[in-house]
Write a protein that binds this ligand. Sequence first.
Ligand SMILES: [Zn+2]
Length: 261
Amino acid sequence: MPERVHLTFFGTAAGYPTERRPHTTSIGVWRGEALYLFDTGASVASQFARRGIAPDALRAIFLTHLHADHVGGLAPLLQSIQLNGRTALLPLHVPDCSLDGLRDYLRLVYLFPIDDFELQLGPVAGGVCYEEEGMSVEAIVSRHLVAGEERRREIGARVETQAFSYRVQADEKTIYLSGDIAEPEEAAEHAMGADVAVVELAHFEPEGLGAALVGSDVKRLFVTHLLASFEPLEAEIPDRIMAAGYEGEVIVAQDGTEIEL
Ligand SMILES: [Zn+2]
């Protein structure tokens, strides 16, 4: 018997919180009572508290990349579930090149194993990174951070960067989560045939996304990760995507949007 699958958009702002979107990027995929979290934007711990999400409901965390609007809420979330008595091991999937740095950061903010709570940090390098019965998560390399590489070299920033999208199989449902990408063609390629595609809209125009998704057979499209400058134009987004040729359903996600699949 397949489990009920639904999504919760804990945070939908890109870059920084706004009055309309006070929470940066964090998306939950629920399979029955189990929650899989994709990115941990600032204030995701507050969102858990407001919804009364039990500390043991969280089955695994997947980070797309380490920009602060995607991971700023990680340490507060871990601290809150730890203090609330989580006992189960928590897998935390992190882009390979950021794993050691993140481990150091968590140690810096005193998040080391206490009592029974333990993190299981796993490197994401592309390919299937998580599997259990009825559920699998595949990481897909994204080009989001490629353009900035030269600039980072110029200023001598000694940090490696990687970004990923994820494709989730939850029972019979296929969900594509773009994370941050460089161009809408990345979404079109990797969302092919998905029941739901969740695509960021901070790095290209709605028309580009609508045109790229023609022929992708994506049934429902959620756009998220909206820049503050886009908010006044928000009501036009579905029409602009569909005018470019996409024929599925388009929904602009808000902080708190819940959708049954
Ligand atoms: Zn980013």
